[in-house]
Design a protein around this ligand. Sequence first.
Ligand code: NAP
Length: 384
Amino acid sequence: MALPEYIKALVNTNDNGNPGVEVKTLPFARTFKVARLPADHLVVKARAFGLNPTDWKLTIGDWAESAGTGKVVGYDMAGEVVAAGPDVHHLKVGDRIAVCQFGTYYQDNGAFADYSVVDSALGFKLPESVPFEAGAALLVRLKLHRCTSRYLHTSQAGAYTAMQAIHGRLHIPLPSSGEKVNKTIVIWSAASAVGHGAVQLAVNAGLKVIAVASPRNHSNLRELGASACVDYKDADAVAKIKAAAGGRIDFGIDCVGVDNSSDSTVAAMSEGGHLISIMLASSTALALAQSKNIKVEFILGGTLHGFEFNIAALGGQKVPVIPEDYALMKKWTSTEMPYLFERNALKAPKVRVMPGGLHGIANGLKIMREGAYGAEKLVYSAQS
Ligand SMILES: NC(=O)c1ccc[n+]([C@@H]2O[C@H](COP(=O)([O-])OP(=O)(O)OC[C@H]3O[C@@H](n4cnc5c(N)ncnc54)[C@H](OP(=O)(O)O)[C@@H]3O)[C@@H](O)[C@H]2O)c1
């Protein structure tokens, strides 16, 4: 298939101190990345785009200044493979895939574009039954009919980060091992995208899950397999988590990093436990964790991409390569996602399909910044 000379892409801008986004025309077919496609990379024609909180923070939020300008926005997308390097083995031309890009980082590549160049390690094949819009939100239609209530959502960026927490840092055996772990985990902000993925992966691995979320999400979280649910606004949340566990809580994931989320998660956990935090834990939490001999690890989904990068969220700080994370990612997309799909082991998120294609995304970013989206995933169809 002949690749287009030019494509449309959503890039970040800054007009006299006012950060924003704009759809621009960029050269494509003759750019270095496309003309010299790395052997393990793909060219993907976009069919749907999924939004993450990181997208608005990097473009119209606190991280916009550090992010610079002229970068192609977007992490999550689904589309068709139109070219594949010779070292790509788990995907091929014509496959329908979902993929997580590195958004608002490159001037010539990102998820929110007509076409993009992607590392095959970050992509997995979508079953025919999963629409592109669902794929861009990692939605698995297979069990949608059983998922009767609202407020479920997830995302690839979120799901990959959940996978990194559960299987990478907490060393829970991968799904295809079939091994089960007889321990308890508390997942704070379990209805968030990361939390939703974490609950499912933890349940799948046999862990007893205490999910912390707003009451409106409790029935859905129970449906996903959480043993107990606690409201984070409840003044007795920590005591209720401990009571629900009825024994040791060895693992914790703080999936939100706001207010007292890390303090409370540590407070609920047992001596000698292991907490994963996806935003920096508070100093109170770190002090408490030290006194309880709880290991606290901050993770960045970005290290799953396999290269050194500067993180705008931390003022441009350099983040080194973590080879084990990239190896885990490759295994996850090539063997674990197909394994989970085959067993129907991931359940449907709630997706809100938004109008306007690439041009509509600016509005979605504002909706997310205002927090006006509930527990659902905003997705845009690509307009071909
Ligand atoms: N470290 C990384 O690499 C990484 C990766 C992905 C995301 N993140 C960051 O992690 C955060 C979550 O991302 P996401 O995509 O999962 O977000 P999201 O899906 O947009 O999260 C929305 C959910 O957060 C919950 N929430 C809001 N305030 C809360 C609080 N005080 N306590 C507990 N839960 C609360 C709400 O749950 P209820 O509906 O139950 O109230 C809401 O449904 C974002 O800040 C994002 O930037 C970091």
